[in-house]
Unconditional design. Sequence first.
Length: 283
Amino acid sequence: MSRLRHCFELLREEGRQALVPYIMTGDPQADVTVPLMHAMVGVGANVIELGAPFSDPMADGPVIQAAAERSLANGTSLQDVFAAVQEFRRLDDVTPVVLMGYLNPVEVTGYELFAERAAAAGVDGVITVDMPPEEAADYIAALRGHGVDPVFLIAPTTSVQRIVSIGEAASGFVYYVSLKGVTGAASLDVDSVSRKIALIREHIGLPVGVGFGISDAAAAARVSACADAVVVGSAIVKRMAANAGLDAAHRTERIIEDVTELLASMRLAMDADNPGDSRTKTA
């Protein structure tokens, strides 16, 4: 059984939802990434979403675009992303790690070699933002051939027909983009999210994660009432960026302190009023 499936099954039995923080590998410096991953798990993160930097991150707003620029300026490569996961796995062989990035570096590497390296490092799933499922047969086959879950996005404008096709292509979970726009937008309409998730669940048996626009504990709690996972990205990266100018001796410590404070508050809020058995069971 994959780590992702095992994670979601355990959470379902407990009547809890996954907290999924996103960070960019190598931002603001290489030696922050792995200690921060462990620290986030320590305060209740269930899945880590790890960004692979790309020069044209079209789905991301200015906060994560800037994180990608800082990471690339540090020389972070796709191999460095794999190396970070491999280092994380030395102490944590349980927490799922999902890579999030763009198609160009995957195609340059080649689907088969990318999947082989991802699996060898301990990656559990991959979100390739600009890979449409209709064109992804070879990509999906390569990932699944190495036990890595292809995770696809669903947007507010996605039709029922396309939801069905995404459900056929995806495994691990599906990622519902909660609003029209890029990462970091603030206009979260939880009622609309709840209605769309209900529609998705009519056609897909996988867990549904929700991201974009979740910036504080109250929003995380509201979304967790209808979703299987709450994905938090820009709110974390903002805190990291605020400390990027500190000297190296204090930077990692302060970033870990600020990020874990946010995640701990979200975990507490998500667990405070848990509907548990009212949620649709996942496959």
